[in-house]
Structures are given as structure tokens and as C-alpha cells.
Design a protein around this ligand. Structure first.
Ligand SMILES: C[S@@+](CC[C@H](N)C(=O)[O-])C[C@H]1O[C@@H](n2cnc3c(N)ncnc32)[C@H](O)[C@@H]1O
Length: 274
């Protein structure tokens, strides 16, 4: 029997990245490209020809393109395209306002004024919903390990203008640090956040979730370890919440017995209390 062809995974842990500008560059765009190159530990290169050609020429996996109105990261070989967007946050805020609630907020029991450490902030959709509930008196701090995700989220939260002013204000309230939570959690004081949250990449994706594909491809896919949970329980005043796909073996692995399932989706939230 002929061997089955398996598609190569889209993501390498540390893709080699170059930074370039749109074809119509300017001194200002080039200055920004150089700044981005510094942030990402990458090389800024002049735009010549297609992005695929540029990646080949510089032996790069991906290229961040700076234009007057957009920042897009692309990996031409796989067709991956990634940019900052608040995702489903607006729909979820609308659900809360309409009294339908939100399963993540229910699992966290998040309240106005709360301080949340989101250890896996990604594109910050969950963090935006949390910022809505926590109010300006609360604090949302997100951590992200993968540099291109972290830097695009930091930039997006600071500059993205949503059609709703209220949503734009929520973005501005979220702080993001480029860090591995395994390194960051031990530096946090004991009981310094009300809630500590993890949304690690599911081992099996939820098929419907097309918009998650580029983030999933770029993300660090390690799972939450017992050591990380122990640190999170030290840092949390009230609870640690972990999001997983239904049927995950993680609850058994971590000894988590309190699980909140959402009837309408295949998502579960594991809850541990200090
Ligand atoms: C499923 S995504 C989270 C999506 C996020 N909740 C949102 O609303 O956009 C998981 C994210 O956690 C990041 N991540 C994984 N391990 C990490 C670690 N040890 N430290 C910090 N970030 C990590 C991944 O790179 C990825 O961006």
C-alpha cells in the first residue's frame, strides 16, 4: 500500500521571521519595519518581488508586512495569514448584555474590580470579555510566549479602533507581557490575582473554529503541567480556571474534579481552588 501523505505541521516553534513594508514604501514605513524587526529579533528587508520570493531569498519561514493601515504576518509556504482582531469578544459581550451569560465568566465567577492573570492571552478575545466584566477598577494582565503573537496583540490592543467605542476602550485596558507563564508565575507574589486562567491549545481542534486556525498554527502547544498549576494556585486568591475540549485527559492528569461544561459547545472549564 502506498504510504499516506501527511501534511507538514504549519508551525515551527521559532519560525525565522523577516520584516518588510508594502510595495509603496516610505521613510516612515521603513522606520516602523526596523522597529518591528528589533521587537521580534528579526531582520528588516527591502520589499522586492513577492513575499514568497523574499522568504526564499532570506531563508525565512514568515514575513511581517508593515503597510499604512495593516500589520499582517504571513508564511507563504503554507498560506498562513495572521493579524490582530478581537475575534468573538464582541458577540460574547453582547450575550452577557442580553442576559445570556458567558461560560468562561461563569467558570471564573469574575466580578467587577477583579484582577485576572490570563496566562495564555493569544489574540486576547477572552481577555477583552474579562475586561468588560472586571470594569475599569479591575485589572487584566495577559501573558504570551510566542513573540509574533505577543507583539501583534500588544500593538493591536494599543491601536485597533473598533466600530464600538466601548470595545476600543476595553482593548486599551488590557496589559500584555511577552513571557512564558512557567517563568512568569514564580515571579508573582502569593495571592496577587483573584483569578489565574489558562486556555492552552487543544490537542484536537474544535472543527468549526476556522478563525482559530492561524493562531493555533503559530501557538505554543504545550499543555498545563502540575508544576504550573501549583504555581497558579499559589498566585490565585480565589480560583484557577483551565479551558479544555470535552473529553480531555487533563482533568485526571492534574487531579481536577470540579468541571463546568457548556451544554452548547464541546468546551469544558476545569476549576481548582487554593
Ligand atoms: C488557544 S490560544 C489562547 C487564545 C486566547 N484565550 C484568546 O482569547 O485569544 C493559547 C495561547 O497561549 C500561548 N501559550 C502557550 N503556552 C504558553 C506559555 N507557556 N506561556 C505563555 N503563553 C503560552 C500560545 O502561544 C497561544 O497563543
Amino acid at each position: 500500500m502506498a504510504p499516506r501523505l501527511v501534511a507538514a505541521p504549519l508551525c515551527r516553534m521559532n519560525p525565522t521571521i523577516i520584516v518588510t513594508t508594502s510595495r509603496r514604501s516610505s521613510q516612515e514605513l521603513w522606520r516602523q519595519a526596523e522597529q518591528w524587526a528589533q521587537r521580534l529579533g528579526a531582520r528588516a528587508v527591502a520589499r522586492q518581488g513577492s513575499l514568497a520570493h523574499l522568504c526564499e531569498q532570506y531563508d525565512a519561514d514568515g514575513v511581517l508586512t508593515i503597510t499604512d493601515d495593516r500589520l499582517v504576518y504571513r508564511e507563504p509556504a503554507s498560506g498562513l495569514e495572521y493579524f490582530f482582531h478581537p475575534g468573538m469578544a464582541k458577540v460574547r459581550i453582547h450575550n452577557i448584555e442580553a442576559g445570556r451569560g458567558d461560560p468562561m465568566i461563569a467558570a471564573m465567577q469574575l466580578r467587577p474590580g477583579d484582577e485576572l492573570l490570563d496566562c495564555t492571552v493569544g489574540r486576547a478575545s477572552d481577555a477583552i470579555v474579562a475586561a468588560y466584566v472586571a470594569d475599569p477598577q479591575g485589572r487584566i494582565l495577559g501573558l504570551e510566549k510566542v513573540p509574533v503573537i505577543a507583539q501583534l496583540t500588544i500593538h493591536g490592543l494599543a491601536t485597533y479602533e473598533d466600530s464600538s467605542r466601548k470595545v476600543t476602550e476595553l482593548l486599551r485596558r488590557i496589559e500584555v507581557v511577552q513571557a512564558d507563564y512557567n517563568d512568569y508565575l514564580p515571579t508573582c507574589a502569593t495571592a496577587s490575582f483573584d483569578i489565574v486562567y489558562f486556555d492552552p491549545v487543544f490537542h484536537e481542534p474544535v472543527e468549526k473554529s476556522e478563525p482559530m486556525k492561524p493562531l493555533r498554527a503559530l501557538a505554543d502547544k504545550a499543555t498545563v503541567t502540575a508544576e504550573a498549576l501549583q504555581q497558579a494556585l499559589r498566585v490565585a486568591r480565589r480560583r484557577v480556571v483551565i479551558k479544555q475540549r470535552y473529553g480531555t485527559p487533563l482533568w485526571d492528569q492534574l487531579g481536577i474534579t470540579q468541571v463546568l461544561s457548556s451544554s452548547s459547545s464541546r468546551i469544558e472549564y476545569g476549576i481548582a481552588e487554593p
